[in-house]
Design a protein around this ligand. Structure first.
Ligand code: FES
Length: 101
């Protein structure tokens, strides 16, 4: 099953896009050199929105305490983040980013 997240054109390479699903989940969608990715929007260290963070290469830097995660795997890459971020599988079809669940 796929679920529409956003248009590919709506996601900038240097800025994650926050997407709220009908079921209340809030995701951050990213455009990296090798494609689109989606993760939970909320940092695992605190209540920060990662959509407000900075993308550096394949990392998202949390705006609160500057911890970071690998956007592709959800693995924490910089302290104080220690818990993995949930990563969602996405596919792109017809200019749309879809969640593939
Ligand atoms: S809330 Fe994200 S690093 Fe602290």
């Amino acid at each position: 099953m796929t679920l529409f997240l956003c248009k590919t054109a709506d996601v900038d390479a240097d800025e994650p896009k926050q997407v709220t699903l009908a079921d209340g989940r809030i995701l951050a969608v990213y455009r990296l050199d090798d494609g689109f990715y989606a993760t939970d929007d909320v940092c695992t260290h605190g209540e920060a929105s990662l959509a407000e963070g900075e993308i550096e290469g394949h990392e998202i830097i949390c705006p609160f305490h500057l911890g970071a995660f690998d956007i592709r795997t959800g693995e924490p890459t910089r302290a104080p983040c220690t818990a993995s971020l949930k990563v969602y599988p996405v596919v792109c079809e017809n200019g749309e980013v879809m969640l593939a669940e």
